[in-house]
Design a protein. Structure first.
Length: 92
């Protein structure tokens, strides 16, 4: 990951400079004290991050997901749509 530290010499860098660096990977922007103030991701990195977060969430809630899947039932989408078109109670 690339890092840019904001200080007197880098404070005037252009956005295009930042975007050029993002092409080779994420860029961490830090203030002069070293605190992270921004993380700039390419679209590909952002998508990978999103998928990783989703998988982590599924792993952390695996039992809840399993229980929810075991409760599946009800009516088919086709049946639901037919009932809705006929003006019937859609839950029957």
């Amino acid at each position: 990951m690339n890092t840019i530290v904001l200080n007197d010499s880098t404070a005037h860098l252009s956005i295009s400079h930042l975007l050029l660096q993002v092409q080779s990977g994420a860029v961490e922007v830090r203030d002069a004290a070293g605190k992270v103030v921004a993380l700039v991701l390419s679209p590909t990195d952002h998508q990978a991050w999103s998928y990783a977060e989703a998988n982590l969430d599924l792993d952390q809630h695996r039992e809840e997901v399993r229980q929810a899947l075991s409760r599946r039932g009800g009516v088919t989408t086709e049946h639901l749509l037919k009932n809705a078109a006929a003006g019937n109670d859609v839950s029957q």
